[in-house]
Design a protein around this ligand. Structure first.
Ligand code: ZN
Length: 455
């Protein structure tokens, strides 16, 4: 069986199941609530006498039962919980927590103390001495951090456990009546999936302004299953949106270097070098105007940017990859960030309530990176983002200016991509036809019912 690799969070990649020497903790993993098949599937390297084969699954449960030398506790994390509070609740002395933490690096401490209400902490204790033998922070059914006590070193060691979910394909389609989100809800898609859909087409479609009733969407995505239960909806593999008669298609493609991006069926990037808007949820409160009366000063003054009205604290994103050339108070602009993108383009973001923590002039930023938050600093009447775009030093209307495209699929990848693209296009069309068939059949059955009633 070949294994597929998904993009795991960075910190999990480095020490992915670094359990090779963890003989003592093998029983611990089982006791900490991980199903056996999963551990077997992960092919953890074990000493010979404990090598896991298919047969191992038969005898491991009994081993599990006879290893009655541990005591287990599971604590659900609640809002505002600290690690110390959870240790208290588990009846494990805080002294043991400090002892354990003393073996951890600053980074590891941060990971294990970052508790959220949907997390669980599993304790494994020696029943006689109450010594903490293992602690597992379960962030989700697929993502845990494990800390185990190693008798031979008399030390605690940290490892990450990631589980590969099982993928099932799913298809949904819908017709927009008012908003994209309500249409998604009716189709049975989660908000997270609809956000992903909007993101794929963000460069081509402004879902706040462009959509009309009757516009449609189709999505092939994958559902992630763990232990036979659906864990969540995952990545969109291919999506189509038809807006005012024009159809846009985005195909998720993982290239030979494991880089993932969405492309048109022909292999053009779905992205542009610049985002159209630096905020997600907004209303345009003032457009780019060469001449206008300034609302505060009451004098004629050109408006060389676009105002996005949004609530205080709305994240502001850098529209493109670049370098921060200034970050600070700029007179009537208030808290302002200016970013240079290559030689020709620069963007300005004003009236922020605060900057993104840790950012300073000279820093590089990625496209979409949050640089600050909407506010009303400087000369303003209400909270909004004032956004400017300059091309070779000249102010341009960011909402109408022609923006350069991001790189298309690499030439070396073209053949591989086109083959994949073709099969994805057939898939989504096949799903759409199957759905049409089901609807036609349901309609037929419904009319039959009515005719029978009128007889
Ligand atoms: Zn403005």
């Amino acid at each position: 069986m070949s294994t597929t690799h998904t993009q795991a969070p960075k910190r999990l990649k480095k020490r992915h199941l670094a359990l090779a020497s963890a003989v003592a903790s093998v029983a611990g993993i089982f006791m900490l609530g991980l199903p056996l098949q999963e551990v077997a599937a992960k092919r953890i390297e074990l000493p010979l006498e404990m090598e896991l084969s298919d047969r191992a699954q038969e005898w491991l449960p009994s081993l599990n039962q006879t290893t009655a030398s541990t005591r287990e506790k599971m604590i659900d994390i609640q809002g505002g919980d600290t690690l110390a509070a959870v240790f208290e609740r588990a009846g494990v002395g805080v002294g043991q927590m400090y002892q354990m933490l003393s073996f951890l690096s600053t980074e590891e401490k941060k990971i294990i103390t970052d508790l959220h209400p949907d997390h669980k902490l599993h304790f494994q204790l020696d029943p006689e001495t109450d010594k903490l033998l293992a602690l597992r922070l379960e962030r989700s059914p697929i993502d845990s951090t494990l800390i185990t006590y190693h008798k031979e070193d008399q030390a605690y060691q940290v490892s990450d456990l990631t589980r590969e979910p099982e993928y099932h394909f799913a298809y949904k389609e819908g017709t927009i009546e008012s908003t994209l989100f309500s249409a998604g809800e009716r189709a049975g898609l989660t908000r997270a999936t609809m956000m992903r859909l909007a993101e794929i087409f963000a460069w081509d479609i402004d879902f706040a302004l462009d959509i009309r009733p009757g516009d449609t969407f189709r999505v092939v995505y994958r559902e992630e299953f763990v232990d036979g239960y659906k864990y969540r909806d995952g990545d969109i593999l291919v999506a189509q949106v038809t807006i005012q008669g024009q159809t846009y298609t985005g195909i998720r493609y993982q290239d030979s270097q494991d880089e993932i991006a969405y492309y048109t069926p022909e292999g053009k990037s779905m992205r542009k070098a610049f985002l159209r808007n630096p905020v997600d949820f907004y209303r345009i409160s003032s457009n780019f105007q060469p001449e206008r009366y300034h609302p505060v000063l009451g004098v004629k003054r050109p408006h060389r940017g676009v105002d996005f009205a949004a609530s205080i604290g709305t994240p502001i994103k850098s529209v493109g990859k670049g370098k921060i050339v200034s970050l600070g108070w700029k007179g009537g602009y208030g808290r302002t960030v200016v970013i240079q993108h290559g030689g020709q383009y620069s963007t300005l973001y004003a009236h922020m309530s605060r900057y993104q923590k840790g950012l300073k002039a000279g820093d590089s930023v990625k496209q979409g990176q949050v640089i600050g938050y909407v506010g009303k600093s400087g000369l303003v009447t209400g909270p909004h983002l004032h956004y400017e775009l300059r091309v070779n030093g000249v102010h341009k209307n960011p909402r109408t200016v022609e923006l350069p495209k991001a790189e298309p699929i690499a030439a070396a990848e073209k053949t591989r991509f086109l083959r994949y693209s073709e099969s994805m296009m057939s898939s989504i069309q096949g799903y759409a036809l199957a759905s049409q068939l089901a609807q036609a059949h349901a309609q037929l059955m419904a009319t039959k019912g009515r005719e029978e009633q009128t007889l």
